[in-house]
Design a protein around this ligand. Structure first.
Ligand code: ATP
Ligand code: MG
Length: 621
């Protein structure tokens, strides 16, 4: 590949600090790979002295591949890794840490779950989705640790009243377990380097050349360690794009990048201004959107390719229609010869992809997911529905009764259930002296009978309207002070999807297989039976740094992207950067869809879609 002048300048940079600040697709990552090659071949640097830091493990793997192909298939012993991976390696060396000392993300979540239930904290929290809540808490904990903040004065946005208590309990328990979490690794490494100059010196001598990709997402403590490690030679080469900073919620600070030349006044500064990835329509569309951000370092970026196809914006009725639309589009693209691995579907949060993942599986389109997509059938609402349908299908298993006998409230007791073993006649006998309970049991039996010969869809409708499940959910949301809409969205999705099935058995079988399938699909780079990599389903965060021939962005609605929790100007700007990252992943075809209604409610198109359409040039059908 022929590098342009600016890229060459960057790739040939030898010693001292240097920063490449450039827009998407301008070859920043490529330049890193090319520079490693130059360091080795041209400047005769020993590969062992080169450290390449990327943001995710997957990016590290991609970078190694790029480098390997530049080197004609051989891979000299350059160190590639993420911040965490590398700092963990240093701690392992210094303290003999093993993986048993690490509190994995899953363990952290479990620990927090236990803490939330501790009576001494007396939290009395009622949250709809505990996993979601725990994730938010972990993010906040990370923020405090990564920025070295004082927990007493820290204003958390999750559960502000009790956050400090939760945090302290988390730290206490973690220490009792003699474990460190991922953020502690950074803190410990920082402390190690500060207190042990001899150890620091060893690592400084080991890694004399440091290259960092996606530098805009570095946080304060990562940067502090990096600066120490780079001394005394300061052969620190960083590349990034402030417009693609999408981890500020986790403590990333793009002002670090903009302040790099203050920290290193002699640093070389290189701007790359040609985008080699996307066609002009795609690039210009993305630039139009990001142009609405105020907090940014304005930079030039020109398309290298021709105009190409217009960005396609599609309005669809609802998420099911959107799924069908995307699937049609994917199929068509594949017929045109684009391999599945060159196609991606991007979304703001994993929950936006639930229906699509189900539909792709149903239409047998090979796909893979980078992150976990929540299995909707694990939700308590799905469990409730399943229990009703199981009873309607003739099962009298205790667990199904237990699950729904009081949803809605029927005042049936456990004792009654135990003694009747699910027999309605026996239940009536249990309450023989309570006429009003007899009526309730009659009604319960009648309802179960009424569903017997219905389709799953009609049965769910019956549960909602005749049995009163809708009202039950409303009450549930009110008591627990959670958003009614969130619950109904789940219920609505389950019901929508059940349309496809004629019998309960079909539906039961399906939800079982689906759970299994989701587990198998996890992990990017998976291949289907034919050995081909499938269509990528990933969040906008997960797609950073990657590129695809064709990109579908789904859920281009207000409340989805920007996410409904984003309110402040700076939060909206971060959402806009995410949308920008998503758009700029596309090389040749970009399709953005938004729904008109969700869960029976009207939804407006995203302001970002409107910004994109603001000027002429793009087609809209
Ligand atoms: P991002 O900001 O999204 O991470 P980036 O700046 O890191 O993007 P790269 O991924 O390095 O950009 O490059 C984008 C695409 O452009 C790649 O497919 C790369 O091979 C190609 N490319 C980069 N420079 C050139 C060039 N000089 N000639 C041809 N293709 C190039
Ligand atoms: Mg890159």
């Amino acid at each position: 590949m022929h590098l342009n002048k600016a890229q060459q300048k960057a790739a040939c940079h030898f010693q001292g600090p240097c920063m490449v600040l450039a827009g998407p697709g301008s070859g920043k990552t490529l330049t890193i790979a090319a520079r490693i090659e130059n360091l080795i071949k041209r400047y005769k640097v020993r590969p062992e002295e080169i450290l390449v830091i990327t943001f995710t493990r997957y990016a590290s793997y991609e970078m190694q591949n790029r480098f390997k192909s530049l080197m004609g298939g051989v891979c000299p012993p350059v160190t590639f890794g993420t911040f965490h991976g590398i700092y963990y390696g240093i701690l392992r060396w210094a303290y003999g840490f093993t993986s048993a000392n690490i509190l994995t993300g899953e363990e952290s979540s479990r620990l927090l779950g236990q803490i939330l239930a501790l009576p001494e904290l007396d939290l009395k929290l009622e949250v709809e989705d505990e996993q979601d809540f725990i994730r938010d808490l972990l993010t906040e904990i990370g923020k405090v640790k990564n920025n070295g903040l004082d927990i007493q004065t820290y204003k958390a946005s999750v559960c502000p009243g009790a956050f400090a208590d939760i945090y302290q309990m988390y730290e206490k328990k973690r220490k009792e377990m003699r474990k460190i979490d991922f953020d502690d690794m950074l803190i410990l490494c920082h402390e190690l380097f500060k207190s042990r100059p001899d150890i620091l010196e060893k690592w400084q001598a080991r890694f004399r050349y440091i290259l960092v990709d996606e530098f805009q997402d570095v946080n304060k403590i990562q940067y502090e360690i990096l600066k120490m490690l780079a001394l005394p030679e300061n052969n620190l080469f960083v590349v990034g794009d402030d417009d693609q900073s999408i981890y500020q919620f986790r403590g990333a600070d793009p002002s670090i990048m903009l302040g790099f030349s203050r920290d290193y006044p002699d640093a070389g500064q290189i701007l790359l201004d040609v985008n080699y990835r996307s066609t002009a329509h795609i690039l210009n569309g993305a630039l139009r959107v990001i142009g609405h951000n105020e907090q940014r370092f304005s930079k030039e970026i020109k398309p290298h390719a021709g105009k190409g196809e217009c960005v396609h914006v599609q309005e669809v009725l609802d998420v099911t229609e959107e799924g069908k639309y995307v699937i049609e589009g994917v199929k068509k693209r594949m017929e045109q010869g684009v391999p599945a691995r060159e196609i991606a579907v991007l979304f703001r949060t994993n929950r936006d992809a639930r229906i699509l993942a189900e539909m792709l599986a149903e239409y047998q389109i090979p796909f893979e997911m980078k992150e976990n997509i929540q299995n909707i059938y694990d939700h308590f609402i799905a469990r409730n529905i399943k229990s009703y349908l199981k009873l309607a299908a003739g099962s009298r298993e205790r667990r199904y009764f237990l699950d729904i006998m009081n949803c809605p409230k029927r005042y049936l007791s456990r004792e009654c259930l135990e003694s009747s073993r699910g027999d309605f006649e026996e239940m009536r006998k249990f309450y023989c002296d309570k006429g009003w309970m007899q009526d309730r049991i009659d009604q319960f039996e009648w309802d179960v009978k009424m569903m017997e010969n219905k389709t799953p869809y009609a049965a769910i409708q019956y549960i909602r309207k005749k049995i009163g499940y809708d009202d039950y959910l409303k009450e549930y949301a009110k008591i627990r002070r959670i958003r009614e809409e969130d619950l109904f969205e789940i219920l609505y999705e389950i019901q929508e999807r059940s349309k496809e099935f004629q019998s309960f058995e079909e539906w039961f079988l399906y939800i079982e297989n689906y759970g299994q399938m989701l587990k198998e699909k996890k992990g990017r780079g998976r291949k289907d039976q034919t050995g081909e990599q499938g269509v990528s389903l990933m969040t906008m965060h997960g797609a950073k740094g990657l590129e695809f021939d064709t990109v579908f962005v789904i859920g281009g609605n207000e409340g989805v992207t920007p996410y409904r929790k984003a309110k402040l100007d700076e939060e909206i700007e971060e959402e806009r950067r995410m949308f920008y990252v998503a758009m700029t992943r596309a090389k040749r075809k970009l399709v953005i869809s938004y729904v008109k209604t969700k869960n029976g409610k009207e939804l407006s198109p995203s302001r970002f879609v409107e910004e994109l359409l603001l000027k002429e040039g793009e087609s809209r059908h």
